[in-house]
Design a protein around this ligand. Structure first.
Ligand code: FES
Length: 104
């Protein structure tokens, strides 16, 4: 059975072109705003667990602030090796809430 959507922030809490770490059911999730669209990925970089929510964003890609591994924000797949990636979670806007549903 799919999980429920959970409110994690309000529209405006995550500036355009920025990211923010939120906790969803005990799991660290990076929430990104790319041109007004919201995306959610697991926050921990596959390399050594760097916080992706704190990484710079450019052209739909987030760069891990620790050693520079890069991920497609929409899919979670790694730029340097698209065979692997971090888990992507669904997002939706309800009223002024940003909601996330964790992937299994
Ligand atoms: S922890 Fe992300 S690149 Fe090293």
């Amino acid at each position: 059975m799919p999980r429920d959507f959970v409110a994690v922030a309000r529209v405006g809490d995550v500036p355009a072109g920025g990211g923010r770490q939120v906790t969803v059911e005990g799991r660290w999730v990076a929430l990104f705003n790319v041109g007004g669209a919201y995306y959610a990925l697991d926050n921990l970089c596959l390399h050594r667990g760097g916080p992706l929510a704190e990484g710079p964003i450019a052209n739909g890609t987030v760069t891990c602030p620790w050693h520079g591994w890069q991920y497609n924000i929409e899919t979670g797949m790694m730029i340097q090796d698209p065979r692997v990636g971090v888990t992507r979670h669904e997002t939706r806007i309800v009223g002024d809430e940003i909601q996330v549903r964790l992937a299994d």
